[in-house]
Design a protein around this ligand. Sequence first.
Ligand code: AR6
Length: 182
Amino acid sequence: MTRITLVRGDLTREHADAIVNAANSSLLGGGGVDGAIHRRGGPAILDACRDLRASRYGGGLPTGQAVATTAGALAARWVIHTVGPVWSATEDRSGLLAACHRQCLRVADELGARTVAFPAISTGVYRWPVPDAARIALAAVRDADTEVAEVRFVLFDDRAHAAFAAELGRPRRSAAGDPGDA
Ligand code: AR6
């Protein structure tokens, strides 16, 4: 069974087997946590991303998918890059946000990663409201069939940490597609 833990802090300082990057489909860096990962992890990560663009992902990494590279100088073996959906008030993209979490755990299983640290995907530049993102992320991880022993959400500020903590403490809602909910 996967243990879910929450910490408030900087994802790029975490020790874990794999660290998840909230990337964009170019895989070539950006702002937010993506920029921080490339800055602290060094050029080896960008080199590996360029190789992916030149091979499997010539058209970019589609939203909701995930792919791993070296973690460079970070205290991890791998960075798992995923592309979250941009928030939309008119279109329900929550399936894509859940898919990001599932796909990261699938890639982690392929790698043999047992501890995986996630940021709050899509809640920065992509503007997803944090409480809703917390609900979707935690449900996706709880429902995943994975060998990962610990999923750690590393929240950058008190507001995001409080939102994830509230959601983690809440009894499961009977959301559509959540088999086994009470
Ligand atoms: N550690 C932990 N969380 C962080 C850190 C950090 N060092 N830095 C920011 N956050 P964002 P997105 C939080 O914008 O919304 C990039 O330009 C931040 O407070 O990094 O998925 C990419 O290249 C927020 O709660 O990712 C894409 O173009 C969360 O991480 C785009 O942004 C996610 O914010 C992706 O947007």
